[in-house]
Design a protein around this ligand. Sequence first.
Ligand code: FAD
Length: 813
Amino acid sequence: MKIIIIGGVAGGATAAARLRRIDEKSEIIMVERGEYVSFANCGLPYHIGGIISDRERLLVSDPKSFKEKFNVDVRIRTEAQSIDRKNRTVTMKNLNTGEEYIEKYDKLLLSPGAAPLRLNLPGIDNENVFTLRNMKDMDTIISWLGNHEVNRAVVVGGGFIGLEMVENLRHRGLDVSLVELADQVMINMDYDMAAMIHTELTDNGITLHLNNSLVSIEKKARETVVSLKDGTQLETDMVIMSAGVKPETTLAQNAGLELGNRGIKVNEYLCTNDENIYAVGDAVEIENQLLGVKMGVPLAGPANRQGRIVADNMVKGNVKKYEGAIGTSIAKIFDLTAASTGLNEKTLKRNDMQYIKSFVIRSDHAGYYPGAVPITIKLLFSPEGKIYGAQAAGLNGVDKRMDVLAAAIKMGLTVEQLEELELSYAPPYGSAKDPVNIAGYVANNIIKGDMKVVQWDEIDGLGDEYLLLDVREKEEVELGTINKPNMLHIPLGSVRERIGEIDKSKIIVIFCQVGQRGYYAYNILKQNGFNVRNLSGGYKVYNCATKKIENPKAIKTVGEKTRPNCFFNTDNISVLDATGLQCPGPIMETYKKMNSLERGEILEIKATDPGFKKDIVKWAEKTGNRVLDVRQEKGLITAKIQKGTDEIQIEEKSVNTGDNKTIVVFSGDLDKALASFVIANGAAAMGKKVTMFFTFWGLNVLRRSDTVHIQKTFMEKMFGKMMPRGAGKLKLSKMNMMGMGTKMIKGVMKDKNIDPLEKMMKSAMENGVKLIACQMSMDMMGIKEEELIPGVEIGGVATYLADAEDSNVNLFI
Ligand code: FAD
C-alpha cells in the first residue's frame, strides 16, 4: 500500500510514525510545504522570549531521522497542489526548484493545519506586522527584534498565542499593548475568570485595549501608528497579529471533499466523504462531546490523538472511533496559570441549557506548609449534577486540578462523584480534602439545597428585601467591601452574640472573602430561622469580576514620550546568583556586579529574599539602570537589569521632585506610632508622597490582631507571644500604669473625636501612604508576611533609601 501524508507536523508526523509501527510494508511519503517537519509549534513564543534559549530544541525530528527510524520518505519544501480523487493522485510542487510532479496513492491523509487569520486592513502587509505559525515566522520575528530598535509592540488578539506573545515580548523588555475585540481575553473562559488574567497582565505592565479592534496600521518616518476602533492611536515598533486561525481547507475543497462550517468533514473514523482520504488536526471539524455539535479544536492534543487513531484506521480498516473532544486547554500568563475544560457559561446560555455555577477558592497545598497559594475553581453543572465545564486560575497546582476535572467530564462523572475522588496528598502537594473534592462538596450542597447561593453578577440587582452581611474581619473590610445601602458588618466570630442586630424579615446574603466563612455563618443563621444565601466565591470573585481594569501608567499613545531603546541580545546576559542571601546582600552583590559591566549590558540576578522583588526596581530607578523584567516563580525571583544609559537618567530625574517625606518607625509605642501617623496623614493630605519604613519594634504596629496559623520555630513563637499583636495592643511609652494610662488616653481620644490608631492607619493607606515592613527585622524577629495587615509592602533597606533620596523630610521615630 502507498500512503501519502500532507502536512508534516503534529497530526501528520504522529500518523507517519504510528503507521510505520503497525505496518512495516507500506510505502509512506510525507510532504511538508515548510522547511521543517515535526517541530514544536507550541514552543515558538518561548524561543522568541528567550525562555527556550536553544532553537534546535524546537526541532523534535527531521527528515533524516524519519527515514532512519521509520523509513518514511519525508519531502520538505514540497507543496501538495491538487488531488485527483478519480485517479488517486496528488500533484506536488518542489518549492525549491518549481518542479511539479504527480504521486499516486492508495490512502491519503490530510493534516494541513490552520493558518493565522489575516485581516484585510490598511497596513497589514507592512514589514513589521507578523503572524506566528512556524519556525520561519519565529525566525523572522527574532530577526526583526535583533536588527531594529524595538521598544514597543502591539499584539492583536487575546487568545493563547496572543497571550504567549505578550508575555514573551514583555520578557524581552518591550512595552506591550494588547488589543482584543471581546471584553475579555481567553474567550474559552468566562469573564469572571478571565478578569484574573486581566489583573495579571496589567500587573506585569501590559496595557489592555479590550472591546476594541484594529482599524489600520500606518508606517510613519520612525514608528508605526496603529489605529483602533475607539479612536486610540498607539505608537509601536512592531505588530503581532494573533486574531485566530482558519482551517486550511482549500486543497480539500478543490478536490470536492465535503466541508462543514468549522473545517473538513470527517466521520467517527476520521475519514472524509472519500473512503481513501482521511483528515485530522486543526483542519477538520470534530464532535463536541458535550453538545453533540461540530466544532474546531485547534490544539495539539486532539491533533496528536487523531493522528494515532487514523493510522490504525488506514491500515486496519476503520477499527478505531474518535469520540470527539471537550476542549481542554491551559496557558501560562506570567505567574498565573489559567485553564479550562468543557463548556463555559456563555456556551451554556447560548444553547439554552439549564446550569448551576459555583466558585471554590482553596490553597494548592496544605496552608501550614510554606508557599501555599490559592486556586480559584469555577464549576458548571446541571441541576442533576452532570459536570458541564470547569475553569481554574492560580499560581500553582492549577494544571493537576484541571486534568482531574477534564478526566471527570470525559468520563461523565457527576459533582457528587467528585467528592469521592481519591487524590494523592502530602502537605507540599495538596490537602487531605483536595480543591477538586471541595468543588464537589460545594456543588453538591447547592444541588441538595443545603446551601443557597447568590452569584457575583446578581448582587447589583438585589432589591430592598435583601440585606448584605459581611462576615469578614474589620481589617479585611477596611480594604474594600461591596458598596450597597443594605449592608451590615458582623465578623463571623461575633455572629452568634450579635444575631439580634440582623433583620429577620430580610433575605440575608452573607459573604466573606472566598465563601468558606460565609458558609459557616450561613449555617448559624439558617438554624436560627433566617432566610439566607451565601455569595459564591465571596468578595474575592465579586471584586475581581467587577473592578475596573487599571492599565499600567504607560507611555505609549501617540504624542507621548517613549522609553529609551531597550532592544537587547538575549545571548549576552551575565548571571548573578544571589539566592540564599538576605537583604541587603542581593542588592550589594548586584551593585558590585553591575560595576563590572559595560553600558547596555544585561545582568540577570536570581535571589530568594522576598524583599528583593521591590528593592531591585527601586535600586535600578535610583541608579539609572533599567529594569527589563522581574518575575517570581516558586519563591525564586529573577530580575533582568540593563546597565543604564544617559536617557534613562534624564527621564528618571525629571520625575524626581525631592519633595516627599519618609518616616522610619522604630518604636512600637502607641504614642509614637500615633505621632508617626499624624505626620504621615498630614503630609499625604498636602499631596506629598509619604513612605513609612517599619523596623524592629515598629513592626508590631503592622501586625494583624488575630492569630495566624503558620509554621514557626520555638524562638519565633516565643517572640511573637511576647510582642503586642497589632495597633490595638500597643502601650504608651510613659505613664502606661499597667495599661490604665493606655486605656485613659484612648478614652480621651474618643471624647475629643480623635481617630484611633487603626483608623489613622487606614486613612493613611487610603491616602496613598506607603507602609514598608523591613524584611531583615522581620526575619530577625520571626514575623511572617502573613501576620501583617493587608496592604503592607515587604522591602529592604534599598526600597527605603530610594524613597528617602526623593525626600526633604526624613524622620526617625
Ligand atoms: P500543523 O501542526 O499546523 O501542521 C500542518 C502542516 O501542514 C504545516 O506545517 C503546513 O506547512 C503543512 N501544509 C499545509 N498545507 C500543505 C500542503 N498543501 N502541502 C504541504 N504541506 C502543507 N496547542 C496546544 O495544545 N497547546 C499549546 O500550547 C499550543 N501552542 C501553540 C503555539 C503556537 C505559536 C502555535 C502556532 C500553535 C500552538 N498550538 C498549541 C496549536 C497546535 O500547534 C496545533 O493545534 C497543532 O499543531 C495542529 O496540528 P496539525 O497537524 O493539524 O497542523
